[in-house]
Design a protein around this ligand. Structure first.
Ligand SMILES: [Zn+2]
Ligand SMILES: [Zn+2]
Length: 309
């Protein structure tokens, strides 16, 4: 994924938008205005102009760019509000709490046909929000449940096909299993070395547990995704104290997008267990039902396992 973090396109490191523990899915948007194809070195300018326009919109009273992410025609994914932040783009608060919002830099005149690179970038953004933002499987368009033409007929037709990668070549993200024909949930679970209820839960599947070829299933922690290193012990995490395991822990927080607490200069990986580290860990613990009973911000074995796998 060609990912451009907020601070790299000129937005403050962390969005002031409300925290979002998880989402039902991802809604795709387009600009719906005239937009002309441009060289990639002009895309940053355009993303900044969207943010400026949103901040100037007194009627909506936006606190930030409204989208979770913006994808350009060259397939770069610009971090908008980001993972675990409530979007402002879906039309009302109920819809904003329900789904993330990803906007393609595609117009209603000018550039109106999404290039393959854009579709790949949109797919990357969806997978990122699933992986790091606890988004569910659902993919829709702004027009689903809201009176708008967005995201336009061409993009909406692609969304309705399940937002496939162009050319049918799926490059699965880390920790994703693509269902093959003849697969059953229990056979996949055996292959991935997880229990089938865990697999069903990780993918929001309910009885009768229907799966279809080409569908991407998230591999739950403990499966053959990323292997978490051995837990270094609770004594590695003492407020104000330095330990190499804290740098590893920070890597997990950054990958999963739990970085809203920082010293004003963005959250960086480092060996010292700071109060910012503790608050970001507490956010992660609150986001996972297995951990939410005791979100004290100090990692135990399960927090470590879930954060680093
Ligand atoms: Zn829209
Ligand atoms: Zn671009």
């Amino acid at each position: 994924m060609k990912f451009i973090q907020r601070e790299d396109w000129g937005a403050p490191a962390s969005s002031p938008a409300a925290y979002l523990p998880s989402a039902h899915g991802v809604k795709i948007h387009y600009l719906g205005t005239a937009y002309s194809s441009r060289a990639h070195d002009k895309c940053d300018d355009y993303v900044r102009s969207i943010r400026a326009e949103h901040l100037a919109n007194k009627q909506e009273n936006y606190v930030d760019i409204a989208y979770s992410a913006v994808v350009c025609e060259h397939g770069h994914v610009y971090e908008g509000r980001g993972a675990h932040k409530r979007t402002g783009a879906n039309g009302n608060q109920e819809l904003n709490i329900r789904d993330y919002a990803v906007c393609a830099l595609l117009g209603s005149s000018g550039l109106v046909t999404p290039p393959d690179a854009m579709l790949s970038g949109l797919r990357d953004a969806i997978e990122w929000l699933r992986r790091d933002g606890s988004a569910g499987d659902w993919i829709g368009g702004h027009r689903d449940g809201y009176a708008t033409l967005c995201p336009g007929n061409r993009l909406y037709a692609w969304v309705q096909k399940g937002a496939p990668r162009p050319g049918g070549t799926t490059t699965p993200a880390e920790g994703v299993y693509t269902v093959k024909s003849g697969d059953t949930l229990s056979a996949i679970a055996r292959r991935l070395d997880v229990s089938w209820p865990e697999l069903a839960k990780a993918n929001n599947l309910r009885a009768p547990y229907t799966i279809h070829p080409g569908q991407e299933l998230k591999i739950p922690a403990g499966g053959i995704g990323r292997e978490a290193p051995a837990f270094p012990g609770t004594s590695s995490f003492v407020l104000g104290k330095s330990n190499p395991a804290v740098t590893t822990l920070d890597g997990g927080l950054i990958r999963k997008g739990f970085t809203r607490h920082h010293d004003g200069n963005g959250y960086q990986a480092g060996p010292v267990f700071t109060e910012y580290t503790r608050l970001n860990i507490a956010d992660f613990q609150r986001s996972r039902s297995e951990l939410s009973g005791d979100p004290d911000g100090y990692p135990g074995p399960l927090t470590w396992q879930l954060l680093l796998s």
